[in-house]
Design a protein around this ligand. Structure first.
Ligand SMILES: Cc1cc2nc3c(=O)[nH]c(=O)nc-3n(C[C@H](O)[C@H](O)[C@H](O)COP(=O)(O)O)c2cc1C
Length: 421
């Protein structure tokens, strides 16, 4: 991609539309984006996407860490056009931004992962498909042409299922496997607990499982579900599950299989005892690059390198797992120091604007992942909404770079920041 002024073009497009009396549907400001999305979601869906663990202090810490890092713009450097491209595992991305794996996107929009996959492909940014997706991987990849996509893996209790997911990802054209380490159990999420809502139990966010032959065999082998008491609540839950489960609603209502599948999912979903040596299963299953997501300590980063991983994602899962945790941005410098450029370091948790991307790159990240903001764009306007969120973020980054005197990502470094205060 040639050097360009993407940000100025996007500004011009928005302002010219404004002259014609048309305002963007997707708000720019992160808080306004969240508020607008709320109007399009059920209260359970909104709580699931927005919430974090415990008192949500990790989410606040993520944002505060960005506030503490300050950019020092440099003048008269002639950065009239900028190059935002970055190379990752043999592919050139137009901007250092990837679409984070987010489960249960159907709570934001009925087209869920499919709409996001189309948007990512149209914008040329990699989509990382979640293990907890609402649409099967193959269906989404088929809509992406040869656009870059990766697969995020939760380490199931079944090695066979892990191997099956990895081989499906390979066949569907995914270019890397991202193993998420921080979710060996679900965090204590107050908003979901208050609503008594876990989407998986309603049959949401389990599309990768029910479309998997190994999983289906595990369902066959599972004991039949017990018959619970017939209450109005139980009938409503049964009806919802029958509608969501693949196949005809009527057949699903009469079959124990949907309930059996949910129970099997609960049994295999994650491995609380996860240890370093368990990663061997993934290493033996694929030649694809493997990244570890959820690293927050330099020693864990060094250990990851000893295990021969190909990349690290510094992340606290958007504050959804451990309340009172170190901010992801605060963890980044020590990890960069430990890795010393041997593998790419990706970063997420709390990215809300172009300046945040700039700061993460200045502290040593190769690229960043965006999470909740694109979910909100999806809720507001489906595929078009996700595209708008991406375009706004890239434009904001581009202008921030130009105004700070950086013509390429290589120009962004420690010297672009004021010392930590
Ligand atoms: C609703 C929701 C579901 C998520 N599901 C997954 C998932 O299935 N796998 C995963 O590795 N990370 C998951 N994440 C974490 C994201 O990949 C990413 O780390 C996080 O959203 C970044 O923080 P941010 O939302 O503050 O930008 C999820 C995040 C949210 C908000």
């Amino acid at each position: 991609m040639a050097a360009s002024s993407y940000g100025r073009q996007r500004q011009a497009d928005i302002y010219l539309e404004g002259v014609r009396g048309r305002k963007p549907r997707v708000p720019q400001n992160a808080a306004a984006l969240e508020r607008a999305a709320r109007r399009s979601m059920s209260k359970e869906g909104f709580a699931y996407i927005t919430g974090g663990a415990g008192l949500e202090t990790t989410m606040q810490a993520n944002r505060r860490a960005f506030d503490r890092v300050q950019i020092v713009p440099r003048m008269l450097r002639g950065a009239a056009t900028r190059r935002l491209e970055v190379e990752l595992f043999g592919r050139t991305l137009p901007a250092p931004i990837l679409i984070a794996p987010v489960g249960v996107l159907e709570v934001a929009h009925r087209e869920a992962d499919l709409a996001v996959a189309r948007a990512a492909a149209a914008e040329g940014l990699p989509m990382i498909f979640s293990s907890q997706a609402s649409k099967p991987l193959e269906e989404c990849c088929a809509a992406m042409g040869d656009a870059t996509r990766w697969f995020q893996l939760y380490m199931s209790t079944s090695d066979e299922l892990v191997r099956s997911f990895v081989s499906r990802a390979e066949r569907a054209g995914c270019g890397a496997i991202v193993v998420t380490l921080d979710t060996t159990m679900l965090g204590w999420r107050l908003r979901d607990l208050d609503l008594g809502y876990l989407p998986f139990l309603a049959g949401r966010g389990i599309a990768q499982y029910v479309s998997d032959p190994v999983f289906q065999r595990l369902v066959d082998e599972a004991a039949p579900p017990e018959r619970g008491a017939v209450t109005p609540g139980a009938i409503r839950a049964l009806w919802r599950l029958a509608r969501l489960y693949p196949g005809s609603t009527w057949a699903n209502l009469r079959s124990p299989r949907p309930r059996q599948a949910v129970r099997t999912f609960v049994d295999v979903f994650v491995r609380p005892s996860l240890e370093w040596d368990d990663l061997e299963v993934v290493r033996h299953a694929t030649e694809l690059p493997i990244l570890l997501k959820g690293i927050l300590h330099a020693d864990d980063a060094r250990r990851a390198l000893d295990y021969g991983v190909d990349g690290i994602v510094v992340s606290n899962h958007g504050g959804r797992q451990v309340d009172g945790s170190i901010a992801s941005l605060a963890a980044l410098p020590a990890i960069v120091e430990a890795v010393r450029g041997r593998v790419p370091i990706l970063f997420d948790s709390g990215i809300r604007g172009g300046a945040d991307v700039f700061k993460a790159i200045a502290l040593g990240a190769t690229a960043v992942l965006i999470g909740r903001p694109y979910c909100y764009g999806l809720a507001i306007a489906g595929e078009a909404g996700v595209r708008e969120v991406i375009q706004n973020l890239v434009a904001d980054l581009d202008l921030t770079m130009g105004l700070a005197g950086c013509a390429s990502l290589a120009d962004i470094g420690a010297e672009s920041l004021a010392p930590f205060s």
